[in-house]
Design a protein around this ligand. Structure first.
Ligand SMILES: C[S@@+](CC[C@H](N)C(=O)[O-])C[C@H]1O[C@@H](n2cnc3c(N)ncnc32)[C@H](O)[C@@H]1O
Length: 352
């Protein structure tokens, strides 16, 4: 795979941009501040890497110690080196990117990072390749796939999702941040090198993304956070017209038994075993917070996401799916209602 879009993007990230300062917008450069538990691991990352960070969110997951993680479009490796610390020496993180110049920076700081983290042997590897064909990645070999501001750049987003589904173990998760638009964009935007490179031209309309995800058997995409993108450049604002953009972080689970709606089986889950990194409140998505020790009524899909995945060690479930009580009344968990922290949601997705 080497399309004209790939060449244009590789040129943008390999030759045109030298650091985050060269971006024409702040789209590929998140304004979100990191969760507290990530501050220390972030401080341990080399500035050669952080100065060339072009991500748009924090697709950083909990409960990953010992796991295998794959970062699609890893760039200079900021998130690879974050996860290197989170999975520990017994886990492993692979980064894949098509742009040689980006990988060179990632690779050149590997030994420095391993020393910094106190590891005897490296737990990261970087590979040059396309995210549309992960030929080196075996079926069902990865616990968690992450990606930060890359899917929008792919000319074949359908292939990317298929490859992710194939690579994930059953119960695995695809956690990624990307730029989405509130409408289908005209094809000329994808041809505009600056709009494309700045992560706007190839942004998916959120409705089309949901259809694509469901067609790839990621049946119940969950939105974790959404931050609207402020385009300050007059020139770029004029080009995109009325289209609006947001940086969204999604969780997609590879769980075969999900319903395509939220269904009620009378199940109750409780967050019973602390994830030290997140503390007493675990956030599954933008309307599901779970508080340590507090039972919550949930739909069958939410129960599966918490119990049949790597989060299972931290949750207990009462009830199975033997009796169906009809549609589940979607809404915030009780812990979410009483939490003072809120994130924005849009009306375009189902709420459960
Ligand atoms: C916006 S940057 C994000 C980089 C990195 N995730 C970060 O947060 O700094 C996009 C990266 O994705 C890579 N990329 C874009 N399309 C790709 C594709 N189809 N296959 C592999 N890599 C791709 C680019 O080379 C670039 O390094």
């Amino acid at each position: 795979m080497n399309t004209h879009t790939h060449i244009s993007i590789s040129d943008y990230y390999g030759s045109i941009l030298e650091s985050t300062q060269d971006l024409k917008t702040s789209v590929c450069c998140t304004a979100e501040s990191p969760p507290n538990w990530l501050r220390e691991p972030l401080e341990k990352i080399h500035t050669d890497v952080t100065e060339r960070f072009y991500g748009c969110g924090f697709p950083i997951a909990e409960a990953v110690r010992g796991k295998t993680v794959l970062d699609l479009g890893c760039g200079t490796g900021r998130d690879v080196y974050l996860f290197s610390q989170l999975v520990g020496e017994e886990g492993f993180v692979h980064g894949i990117d098509m742009t040689r110049e980006q990988l060179k920076v990632a690779q050149s700081t590997r030994d420095w990072h391993m020393q910094q983290f106190g590891y005897k042997k490296p737990n990261v590897a970087f590979h040059q390749g396309y995210i549309e064909e992960l030929s080196e990645v075996k079926d069902e070999s990865v616990d968690l796939v992450i990606s930060n501001c890359v899917l929008n750049l792919s000319p074949r987003k359908d292939l990317v999702l298929k490859e992710v589904f194939r690579a994930l173990k059953p119960g695995g998760e695809f956690l990624f941040s990307d730029i989405f638009s509130d409408r289908r964009l005209p094809p000329w935007m994808m041809e505009d090198q600056v709009l494309l490179g700045e992560c706007l031209g190839g942004a998916l309309y959120v409705g089309d993304f949901l259809s694509l995800a469901r067609n790839t058997r990621f049946l119940d995409p969950r939105k974790l956070t959404s931050t609207s993108v402020d385009i300050t450049s007059h020139e770029i604002r004029a080009k995109v017209g009325a289209a609006r953009f947001a940086s969204v972080t999604w969780r997609l689970f590879k769980l075969e038994a999900l319903d395509d709606r939220c269904e009620d089986y009378g199940q109750i889950v409780t967050y019973t075993s602390l994830m030290p990194e997140v503390g007493s409140q675990f956030r599954l998505d933008d309307h599901h917070i779970f508080e340590l020790g507090r039972p919550e009524r949930v739909c069958g899909n939410t129960a599966a996401m918490l119990v049949d995945t790597r989060y299972g060690a931290h949750f207990t479930l009462v009830g199975d799916k033997s009796i169906h009580y009809g549609e589940f009344p979607c809404g915030d968990t009780i812990a979410q209602q009483s939490s003072s922290t809120t994130t924005s949601t849009s009306a375009t997705e189902p709420c459960c």
